[in-house]
Design a protein around this ligand. Sequence first.
Ligand SMILES: NC(=O)c1ccc[n+]([C@@H]2O[C@H](COP(=O)([O-])OP(=O)(O)OC[C@H]3O[C@@H](n4cnc5c(N)ncnc54)[C@H](O)[C@@H]3O)[C@@H](O)[C@H]2O)c1
Length: 340
Amino acid sequence: METILVTGGAGFIGSHVCVELIEAGFRVVVIDNFVNSTPEALERIESITGERVHFMDVDMMDLDSLDEVFLTYTIDAVIHLAGLKAVGESVTDPLQYYRYNLTPLLHLCECIEKHHVHRLVFSSSATVYGPPQHVPIPETHPVKTENPYGRTKHMSEQILKDFQRSYFPVKIVILRYFNPVGAHQSGLIGEKPTGVPNNIMPYITEVAIGRLPVLHIFGDDYPTRDGTCIRDFVHITDLANGHVKGIEATERMDPGVAVYNLGTGKGTTVKELLHTFEHVTQTTIPFTIADRRSGDVAVSYADVRAAERELGWKSTKGIEDMCKDAWRWQHLNPTGYVKR
Ligand SMILES: NC(=O)c1ccc[n+]([C@@H]2O[C@H](COP(=O)([O-])OP(=O)(O)OC[C@H]3O[C@@H](n4cnc5c(N)ncnc54)[C@H](O)[C@@H]3O)[C@@H](O)[C@H]2O)c1
């Protein structure tokens, strides 16, 4: 049985990745410092899978503690998800983002080389593309980062390419996520943003549960079919499964770096998402139209053919599943992860 180290494994994406890995037959070791998550998430992963999650409470800013993980376990491959992800915060405190998103990666690369690990999957973001010159967006689309968060992702990708050139045996898969939404269908794990959500789906569910009074739709005068922005929403379970495929790809690929989009390849408007949510959950979501947000692009969706062809990965769930599962999670856990 192969052992996969998942950094940030208690987080939104990490918890779902752990479930998919365990269900695919991998042993999972999680490290997390709970800066944006809670230990309860790990217990929920164990409830879903019936398997133990090996865990070490490690802040990746501390190289010695990270090294200890590689001394404790024989790691076959790593999925690196730990990091900070709020775009707005990265604008007000860029140094924090450069420090906390780049230092852990440098430490990880050091440990990977020192302990002769050859396989790594890294979580990047479609934000690296900036305003698309055309859609769907292929991996070859030029990169144009527009905020410090996006720049940390682009810099991380470049660090990994340089690292690979210096540590030849390593095989790296970079995954650029589009818009992960939804929750595990058990309703046991999901996304719990702190404060007012930056993303549309948790915003909708928080209005539905009554924690927020009204949904703000930022702009309805975009050149799209209903005037609201078009995004490529992808179910979190599909996205998590893409990591299993990424790990499997690092087994068979030649040393090098490969980049893949994870999305559905389909665009959905904000209003379409909202109306689907209302329809499948039988709720009514009050909304107002607010000014456009700076930095938002009208249309963004992925060209997913490379992931299909080379990873053998394709999304399976549609917008209705995303809405139903997000609502089940929110409904069963109105205040997020509270011990059962
Ligand atoms: N959620 C999205 O929409 C999205 C989109 C594109 C890319 N990503 C990237 O995917 C990754 C995971 O995102 P998420 O949505 O699960 O975020 P999250 O905040 O839910 O999960 C990140 C996890 O990393 C942990 N962490 C952060 N810094 C750490 C450190 N120094 N040491 C140990 N643990 C640390 C946090 O406690 C948290 O559990 C991030 O790198 C994010 O930038 C997310």
